[in-house]
Design a protein around this ligand. Structure first.
Ligand SMILES: [Zn+2]
Length: 74
């Protein structure tokens, strides 16, 4: 399991999210942004809609890097 905060993903609060897999973390992070930062969620959705494939890949790569850098929970 890894614990990553909203702020580590470039978010606006220190909400902690714990997940076993990168996919699970991604789902959790999206859910959190949707519930806690609805304006940011909408902004990101709009941005992703108009994003080029390389921009999407870049944002996925960023997420992956944060996930990889997070230490495994003991
Ligand atoms: Zn947050």
């Amino acid at each position: 399991m890894k614990t990553i905060t909203c702020a580590q993903f470039g978010g606006d609060c220190d909400h902690k999210m714990t997940a076993a897999t990168e996919k699970e973390m991604s789902d959790m992070a999206w859910k959190h942004v949707k519930e806690a930062h609805p304006e940011k969620f909408k902004m990101t959705q709009d941005m992703m809609k108009g994003a080029k494939p390389e921009q999407k890949a870049q944002s996925e790569a960023y997420f992956h890097k944060v996930w990889e850098a997070a230490p495994e929970d003991k």
